[in-house]
Structures are given as C-alpha cells and as structure tokens.
Design a protein around this ligand. Structure first.
Ligand SMILES: *Cc1c(COP(=O)(O)O)cnc(C)c1O
Length: 403
C-alpha cells in the first residue's frame, strides 16, 4: 500500500514534475529498525550499497546498520563521503591496483578478496604503502548439496562462477595470509560468501549454516585462530508479485541466533541490499495516452524503463497503484479523454523499443489519460541500474520525504 506521504506528493506534483522518484525515509527507518530488532544483537548487519546508494538512503540506514558493503572504487569513495566513519567491506570482482590503493588510503576496514591474484595485488599495494595489517575475508564458493537451495532464483554457489574462490583455490591462498604462514600484511579474518539471491528465510538459514560449517572446518584444519568472522552474504528474497509478503526476518533472526550458539567465538554478518531498501521507493508518473492495437489496450506513460529498468531486467510486472486524477473539469481538450475500463492493459514507457514495458496485460477497473500510476518496490535496483541517457528524455525528479 502506498504511504500517505507518498500519495499526497504524487497527486500534488504537476504533470511536468513527473516522472518522479519518491522515497519515504520514515518508512525506510521503521523497516530498518524492525529488521535490526529481529536479528540477534551479536549479528552484524551490513547494507549492500549497490542496491541503492543515494546519500539520504545511506544516511537513514546508518543508525541501524553496522556498516556498508561496497563493490567498486566509486562506491568506496561515495559511501565514505556520505556516511563518514561507517565501517566498509570492499567486495566485488576485478578490483584494480588503483582501487585497492585508494581503499587502503581511505582506511577501508575489510577486503573481500575474490581471487588469488587479487590477494597478491592487495599484499603488494599494502607493502608499498607500508601498511602492516590489512583485514581480509576470502570470498568462497562454498559447495552446497544440490537440494540445499531449493528453487533459488539466482544460484551463485557450488557451480562455475566468476565470483569468489573455489575451495581448492582457498588452499593456495593460505600461504599468502598471516596466521596461516605468511609474515606479510594480510590477515585472514574470515570467510565471505554470497551464494544466491531471492531466498526465503528457511533457505537463507540453510545456506548460512553451510557457510559457517565450512569456515569452521577450514579454521580447524589449518589452525586459523584469527578466522573469527563469517559473512553469509545478502540475497534475502522480496516478492514483486506480492509486495505485502515480506522476508520473514523474525524466523531468520531466531535461526541465526541458534546458528551463533553453534559457533561460539565467531561473528556472523549479513549484507542484504534489496530487502532493506526496495519498499521505500516509488516511481510516480502519469498516463499520457491510451490506445488499442490488435485488440489489446496500451497505456503510454511519461518515463519508462530508462528510469526504472527493474521490470525489464527481471521480466516481471512492476507492482503499482493507480491514482485516479479527476481532471474532467480541467480536460480542456476538445476530444474525449482516452480511457480503458475493465480490461487488461499493458503499461509502456516512452522509449522506441518493444522492451519498454512496465507491466503486461494487467487488469484495471479504469485508466484514463491524466491518471497517475505509482510503481511500488522502486527503492532498490531501480534508478541506479537504468540506462538514463537512452533517447534523451528528461530525468525524473527526486524527492526524499522525511518528516
Ligand atoms: C549484490 C550483493 C549483495 C546484496 O544482494 P541483495 O540481493 O541486494 O540482498 C550482497 N553481497 C554481495 C557480494 C553482492 O554482490
């Protein structure tokens, strides 16, 4: 359901102010607090900044998260500046020497190392900078039994992957890490894994247990006393078809508390992105035109997937709420207001490509030119993953509501 603050602004903006992204920061704050409260106190919650790195979003989350997971030199700079002093964990494949050097200069707290070469590069850069202690987590493709993930949308673990290290490669990395043989600057603090996204709470708990067990075995086998951290990644599921069905943080928190009891002396950490911020953002626009083709109804909206690429990448119908605008009084054009009633309509944008579809053949009671549509679940992987410059339409407005 659209929040009243978003609803009010969405109907007050003029047509030329649309499309607009509207973020409900009090709703984000309440959600983040509820997530944090559901988790055991010792569990560390990092926010994966790539889901939505807008500074007001990062700052709203700050009191409720332990730190931020960043995945590029750009994100390191950006998040440091937006929330100074917050711990950063720098992950992502293909880190360059320049990015590593800059991250060390900025005092990034944790490095999630994705390959053997990256470990060597980091060691070299740290030695050049005369930094004698760098905290490393090795990102590992922890093997999972084939039935462990069930129907995970995007499985990344236990199968060929450009991310992280396979278990055999971990063996080759150990001699480069202090605590495991090396006298160099890199200290193996833990294991990191991000194996799948879109998992529900029971599946996430299964994966977390597999990662923690794998870390314990590695540490026992090699006597790695400094290996005290286990980051089990993000990927908590959200359901675009049912915006009201949320990830079961209460069950997850309880399960993670049990897991922590089975792993005394280890700090467990998670790094969700989407499930934290997706609900706080709305993409609001208006119907420009309505027409029929081949017996099907199309509503052409101001804006499109160059602003909100999510439905195109995920091939889903973006959930939305209709905001009828009674412009009959102001409908000054000397022709009838284009409208559809009680029939399926496809909501498209202004791009000259058949892929510019926001929702396909959705049943509506009534939709008229001038009515507004507020797309929900636009707070993560929406604006920041979109190809803004394609076709040179104006950019949307951005409104961060906070009262
Ligand atoms: C993208 C990403 C996340 C966050 O994933 P969500 O599905 O947004 O929760 C966490 N960790 C890593 C390594 C990632 O690449």
């Amino acid at each position: 359901m659209i929040t009243s603050a978003v609803h009010t602004l969405a109907t007050e903006l003029t047509g030329d102010d649309l499309p607009a992204y509207v973020y409900d920061l009090p709703a984000l704050r309440a959600h983040a607090r509820a997530v944090r409260d559901a988790l055991p106190p010792g569990l560390e919650l990092y926010y994966a900044a790539k889901a939505n790195p807008a500074p007001p979003v990062l700052r709203t989350l700050a009191p409720h998260v332990t730190g931020y997971e960043v995945a590029s030199g750009g994100e390191v700079e950006h998040v440091r500046a937006a929330v100074p002093g917050a711990p950063l964990a720098f992950g992502g494949p293909g880190k360059t020497e320049g990015e590593l050097r800059r991250a060390l200069t900025l005092g990034v707290e944790r490095f999630h190392v994705e390959s053997e070469q990256e470990l060597r590069l980091l060691a070299g850069v740290a030695e050049d900078a005369r930094i004698d202690a760098v905290d490393v987590l090795l990102r590992v493709n922890v093997p999972l039994a084939s039935d462990e993930l069930g129907g995970a949308a995007l499985a990344m673990g236990g199968r060929p992957s450009p991310f992280g290290l396979d278990p055999e490669a971990v063996q080759r990395c150990l001699p480069l890490l202090s605590g495991a043989g090396s006298r160099g600057p890199l200290r193996l603090r833990g294991i990191h894994a991000h194996l799948a996204s879109g998992l529900d709470a029971p599946a996430q708990l299964t994966v977390a247990a597999a990662i923690a067990d794998w870390a314990r075995k590695l540490s026992e086998r090699h006597g790695l006393d400094d290996l005290t951290e286990v980051n089990v990644g993000g990927g908590m599921g959200v359901d675009y078809a049912h915006p009201d069905r949320r990830f079961d943080w209460a069950a997850y928190g309880k399960g993670m508390a049990d897991l922590a009891l089975r792993h005394p002396g280890r700090t467990l950490r998670i790094e969700p992105g989407r499930a934290l911020t997706v609900y706080c953002g709305w993409y609001v626009t208006e119907v420009l035109d309505i027409k029929h083709s081949g017996g099907e109804a199309f509503a052409v909206l101001r804006g499109g997937t160059h602003h909100i690429r999510t439905p195109a990448t995920k091939q889903h119908d973006q959930p939305f709420q209709l905001l009828p605008m009674d412009t009959t009084a102001t409908w000054t054009r000397p022709w009838a207001r284009p409208a559809v009633r009680e029939e399926p309509v496809t909501l498209v944008g202004q791009l000259c490509t058949p892929k510019d579809v926001l929702a396909r053949r959705v049943q509506v009671p009534e939709l008229r030119a001038g009515d507004r549509v507020a797309f929900a679940m636009a707070g993560a992987y929406a604006w920041n993953i979109s190809h803004h410059d394609f076709l040179m339409h104006p950019r949307p407005g951005f409104h961060y509501l906070d009262t």
